[in-house]
Structures are given as C-alpha cells and as structure tokens.
Design a protein around this ligand. Sequence first.
Ligand SMILES: [Cu+2]
Length: 114
Amino acid sequence: MRLKHWAAGALLLGATALTGAHAHLEEATPADHSVIRTAPSALVLRFSESARLTALWLTQDDGPKRKLEVPAASQPQITVALPPLTPGHYLISWRALSADGHVVPGQVRFTLAQ
Ligand SMILES: [Cu+2]
C-alpha cells in the first residue's frame, strides 16, 4: 500500500515536470497545415524560449526522410535552409533541445500547390 502511494506520487511528479516551461513552438513559416504557392527557401521556427535543433527531417509525399542541416546555435528563432522544393505535400519533423534540457519534438505539414 505504502509503495503504491509512493509510485503514484512519483508519477504525478513526473507529469508535472513534463508540463513545465520548456520551449514550445509558437510560430512556423510555412505555417502548419498551410497551402502555399511559392516554394519557400527556408523554414523559420519561433519558439517560446531558446532552443537548439538536434535533428530535422524533410519528407515529400511518400518519399524518403531527408535529414537537413540545422544551425548549431540555441536561439528562440531558428532558420533552416530548405532545398529547392517541387509541388507536393511536405512533412518537416524535428527534435529540439530546450534551454531547460528537455527534448521537444515537433512537426509541421504544408502543401506546396502547383
Ligand atoms: Cu522543459
């Protein structure tokens, strides 16, 4: 019984830590679920506080995941150069390291129309 209570307490503590103030995405350009007509040359991610991307991948339609170069600096606004894009559906996914040490994954989907 005592152990059960301890375990429940630990779970609660864990949940509280997860909802703490780590960097979350405030804005992405192109925006999530947007339909755009001009190929963007870069992706801009604005976080609530400084974050550093540890990895970022670009996927077009059912194509392979392409790993893109990301800046090494930790900053609230991160610009990632994109390769030339052709019309299609895109998924960009990343892992960011928040200033508080938490890893924050995220993704943005957009469509580049013909
Ligand atoms: Cu955090």
